[in-house]
Design a protein around this ligand. Structure first.
Ligand SMILES: *Cc1c(COP(=O)(O)O)cnc(C)c1O
Length: 397
């Protein structure tokens, strides 16, 4: 079907959540390159919003999925044990140092699980509270509890009342953190790099302070690594850059390289807060999703991480050079590894820039008010980064 045919069907039958979509219909891909229905090629700097970490047509990934499909079982439900789930649970715990995991199907669900786990831990201690601390400009997903944790009014307005009682503090406000993180809370949730609101990294001392405050109050520090996790920043978890470890961490986007899977990992004593019947999921941790997760998690080894680190450092240097050259257009370059943002001045519009780049064969994202977001597959090459930088340079002339 053509773009116009799809647009017509979508406008008639799909809920209006996504508005008019970008003008390209992708029908194939290989490496970091997508192909549209007319045969035009695009270098992908979005990866399906930080999901397709291995790019397209990864042979081992295909084989892992085919191997599971060939058993005849894609799904079995959690009345039964299944080997891919057990193996992935062990692998993730071994690689991250967390003790237990729960699998869901998305980032929002992973965060739901984390917040329910924290609530149950508080309940188990006899604490009558539904109070949590979250950050302004955060993004934790679209289900009601994840949305409630999201510190952005515009998402709450039509859906009030929101769930639980969240106190939203400004990122990097040390005094607000000290005042908010008290023993009557159930937990603190944050992203160490706020992805959706513009690729905004938190300051190290703020993250360390929250770590200490949570320990003191015996409440879990929940770090949402749905976007930053699974190697996106050059480390398996972005919190490693901060030299701290959460009590609970959530993962999703890159974990399945496109097969829907989310995970909530926790350390003792929080990891044991749920008992039988407290939480569940029909699809969560099904054999196909876990086969995908196993392949991806094994693939993100030190070699892959050092490639992400090197390409990320190069990419960010190139963006900074571009900022020196066009100081009235790019006003800030932020991020870590292959999660980078370039904030634009009022002179340029991020959405227009995104469309202009698309027409020239580059897929990029946007974030926050006016920031270009780059989250390419981990296999991106220096030459491909150079081509994007040249295209941006031309657009900024
Ligand atoms: C994308 C994202 C989510 C939501 O994930 P879904 O899979 O869309 O539910 C939650 N937190 C962060 C930090 C994200 O980037």
């Amino acid at each position: 079907m053509t773009y116009n045919e799809l647009k017509e069907l979508d406008s008639q039958y799909h809920m209006k959540t996504f508005g008019t979509r970008l003008p390209a219909v992708f029908t194939g891909g290989s490496g970091a390159v997508l192909t549209d229905s007319a045969g035009k090629e695009y270098i992908d700097f979005l990866a399906g919003i930080a999901v397709n970490c291995l790019g397209y047509s990864d042979e081992g990934f295909k084989a892992a999925l085919e191997g599971q499909v060939d058993t005849g079982i894609v799904h079995i439900c959690n009345y039964f044990y299944n080997e891919p789930q057990a193996r992935l649970a062990r692998l993730l715990c071994e690689k991250t140092g967390f003790d237990r995991v729960f699998f869901g199907n998305s980032g929002a669900e992973a965060n739901e699980c984390a917040l329910k786990l924290a609530k149950k831990y508080a309940y188990g201690k006899g604490k009558d509270s539904d109070k949590f601390v979250a950050l302004k400009k955060s993004f934790h997903g679209r289900t009601l509890l994840a949305l409630s944790a999201t510190g952005q009014e515009k998402f709450h307005e039509p859906f009030r009342p929101t769930a639980y009682d969240f106190t939203y503090i400004d990122a990097n406000d040390m005094e607000a953190a000290k005042a908010a993180v008290t023993a009557d809370k159930c937990g603190v949730i944050l992203e160490v790099i706020q992805g959706e609101s513009g690729v905004l990294p938190l300051h190290g001392e703020f993250v360390s302070l929250l770590r200490a405050l949570c320990t003191e109050a015996d409440v879990p520090l929940i770090i949402d690594e749905v976007q930053t996790g699974m190697g996106r920043t050059g480390r398996l978890l972005a919190q490693e850059h901060y030299g701290i470890k959460a009590d609970v961490v959530t993962l999703a986007k890159a974990l399945g390289n496109g097969i829907p899977i989310g995970a909530c990992l926790a350390s003792a004593p929080f990891a044991d807060a749920f008992g039988p019947g407290d939480h569940g999921s029909t699809f969560g941790g099904n054999p196909l999703a876990c086969a995908a997760g196993l392949y991806v998690t094994n693939k993100i080894d030190d070699k892959m991480l050092s490639h992400v680190e090197r390409m990320g450092a190069y990419f960010s240097q190139q963006l900074e050079a571009l900022m020196q050259k066009h100081p009235d257009t790019i006003i800030d370059v932020r991020g870590k590894g292959l999660l980078l943002g370039a904030e634009l001045s009022g002179k340029a519009d991020a959405h227009e820039m995104q469309r202009a780049l698309l027409s020239q064969g580059f897929v990029i994202g946007t974030a926050g008010a006016n920031t270009l977001r780059f989250a390419p597959p981990y296999i991106i090459m220096q030459k491909q980064i150079d081509l994007l930088i040249e295209a941006l340079d031309r657009l900024f002339q």
